[in-house]
Design a protein around this ligand. Structure first.
Ligand code: NAP
Length: 303
């Protein structure tokens, strides 16, 4: 017989950890399921300086504090891969086991998008990296290329400049998508050169990355940038495969929720980056997680 929880949370990022804290603290039988290290995107973030109350802290450090707090009121932690969530909130795990719950919170976040160009896949771990915080130190005194002009690309570029000799940021338009603050930081950094209106077309390697071929979007002209590292930061896709059959996602796979973070399936909630919304931040994720716990508490009391 599998156990039954008031709330089963899938994903131990900021949204899932906040929900775990609030739910277990209010006496709900709670479990927190995660298939990797707890922390979510915090683990890939060098430092956080826009989370109120914490002036500046490393992402991994904040993740550890949150995780400790998330389990501090009795929530159970389960390591494992969730394959599917049924309409009746049965969770099917990859090892064949099941988790039964009255309510489920999907807080699985997003996964970094690949460039899908020749040479990329086979060089992941050999110079192609999706995590500057994890791999930046491998590129000490080397040249690297960052692809993308969003907040992630610019923030991680600045982080990488403490190691690298030179860093190119390649953007496909003539302007960035990132906030002004990040733009000012990269423009003021001597190690950074910005290449506008170019797209990557091929990763070059001899067993390890040796360069990248870029193409001008207007003229079609190609150029090769010799480099040891390539960091694609071209956005991410929602990790919502486990609920896709339930018809709760939009055409891009983001989960549609109401003001109480509940999907159209009664008792199935979503919070954090996996949700279709305007602002993806730690501060919004934790607020949503807390709100879900409150809604589940009401449902359980009303039963
Ligand atoms: P993003 O904002 O979607 O930016 C993706 C970037 O990649 C854009 O510059 C986009 O170009 C470019 N791009 C997309 N596909 C491409 C392709 N095939 N080839 C070349 N370039 C491509 O993604 P993100 O930076 O990962 O951010 C995701 C979310 O997290 C955002 O909501 C962001 O605000 C948030 N975030 C916040 C912070 C913070 O506040 N500290 C830090 C990181 C992330 P175009 O602009 O031309 O489309």
């Amino acid at each position: 017989m599998s156990e039954r929880y008031d709330l089963a949370i899938i994903g131990a990022g900021p949204a899932g950890m906040a929900a775990s804290l609030y739910a277990s603290r209010s006496g709900l039988k709670t479990c927190l399921i995660e298939n990797g290290a707890p922390g979510g995107k915090l683990l890939k973030t060098y430092h956080i300086e826009n989370y109120p109350g914490i002036k500046e802290m490393g992402g991994a450090e904040l993740a550890m504090v949150m995780f400790d707090q998330a389990l501090g009121f009795g929530a159970e932690y389960k390591a494992g891969d969730v394959v599917k969530v049924d309409e009746d909130k049965t969770i099917h795990m990859a090892d064949g086991s099941r988790v039964e719950a009255d309510c489920v919170l999907l807080a699985t976040g997003t996964k970094e998008r690949m460039l899908n160009i020749p040479g990329e896949q086979e060089n992941v771990g050999k110079g192609v990296s999706f995590c500057a915080v994890c791999d930046g130190a491998f590129f000490r005194d080397k040249d690297v290329v960052v692809i993308g002009g969003g907040n992630s690309a610019l923030e991680e570029s600045v982080f990488l400049t403490q190691f690298v000799r030179k860093l190119y940021i390649v953007i496909r338009r003539d302007q960035f998508r990132a906030e002004e603050k990040f733009q000012r930081e990269v423009e003021a950094n001597d190690k950074i050169e910005i290449i506008r209106e170019h797209i990557p077309v091929q990763v070059l390697s001899d067993g390890k990355v040796t360069g990248i071929v870029l193409q001008n979007v207007k003229t079609g002209e190609q150029q090769t940038i010799p480099c040891a590292g390539i960091f694609p930061y071209v956005g991410s896709d929602p990790l919502s495969g486990s609920v896709r059959d339930l018809g709760v996602c939009n055409e891009h796979g983001y989960v549609l929720v109401d003001r109480a973070m509940e999907t159209k399936v009664d008792g199935l909630f979503a919070a954090g980056d996996v949700v279709d919304k305007e602002l993806r931040q730690v501060v919004t994720a934790v607020g949503e997680g807390a709100l879900v716990a409150q809604q589940v508490f009401r449902k359980v009391k009303e039963k």
